[in-house]
Design a protein around this ligand. Sequence first.
Ligand SMILES: NC(=O)c1ccc[n+]([C@@H]2O[C@H](COP(=O)([O-])OP(=O)(O)OC[C@H]3O[C@@H](n4cnc5c(N)ncnc54)[C@H](OP(=O)(O)O)[C@@H]3O)[C@@H](O)[C@H]2O)c1
Length: 307
Amino acid sequence: MNDKKIASLAGEVSLGGDLPVHRLGFGAMRLTGAGIWGPPKDRKQAMAVLRRAIELGVNFIDTADSYGPAVSEELIAEALFPYPPDLVIATKGGWNRPGPDQWTHDASPAHLRQAVEGSLERLRLEQLPLYQLHAPDPAVSFEASMETLAELQNEGKIRLIGLSNVTQEHIQRARRFVPIASVQNRYSFADREWDYAVDYCERNRIAFIPWYPLGAGGVGGEVLNRIAEAHDAKPMQVALAWLLRRSPIMLPIPGTSSLQHLEQNVTAAALQLTEREYEQLTDVPDLVRQGRVSAVRAQSADGRGQV
Ligand SMILES: NC(=O)c1ccc[n+]([C@@H]2O[C@H](COP(=O)([O-])OP(=O)(O)OC[C@H]3O[C@@H](n4cnc5c(N)ncnc54)[C@H](OP(=O)(O)O)[C@@H]3O)[C@@H](O)[C@H]2O)c1
């Protein structure tokens, strides 16, 4: 198969109704040093992963100013600028990385303005195609954060606006100020706290970007392994295939610093689960609640298994 076509087998989702991307993207958080801090151990390898993702047809890359900080955005520009015309880079702001494995909020209007300028410069762009509020700041009015993003959009610095780590109420409040193109929350077949947000996004044609999409290794691992064996596939590929089938607005962004894992993950676009397999995976959270399969919750490498 032509490499270029692999990610496209997942189909497309339209961001904001006018920016189509293949439904299998790439998360660039893992390209930084340990604890999402500092430069990668192997810079050449990190750049090779980004370039290979494009060769495989990936045209949506997720990043944030806080990954590194700045490291992930700088690597993307170094590896891929000038960008392919169909590439959509989605970055985020409002949640800072003051040290390894540490997070601090700042979604104040002044900080968001500064953060957008920084991302534009590092990514070498005149407009950010999709800018996501990384997380609502408990010390700042949510409306003030959204008003600022709406202003930045009016000024032409942001094309589309997305949200991350939000409830349905946040999405509804944000939509009073601006159209919301995407929502990025932690989600996988085994981790379904945000099922209702996925359904809300589907009804309102908002792309849903699950982070930690592979975070299912422990939970329901036996179900995953059985289905993977039947397809001669990797468990991670099965977890991604479930997400792709869950909703047409689902846009997974599996992250890796390994070329081999990247190829496995993108190839999941071609994996079709049977109806029964899809249902078996869908039932895992219920089975866990009933104590019928192991419930070891894997932790995201950034140390936030839960938001
Ligand atoms: N909005 C938010 O708050 C938020 C939070 C976290 C992440 N994100 C975004 O979501 C993206 C994905 O989330 P994530 O990185 O936390 O989780 P993930 O993609 O579910 O998991 C990444 C982990 O799985 C490993 N991995 C990847 N592919 C694999 C494969 N085929 N086989 C075995 N192991 C594999 C990676 O290690 P290797 O490097 O060794 O492959 C890494 O440790 C991030 O890159 C970031 O862009 C957003």
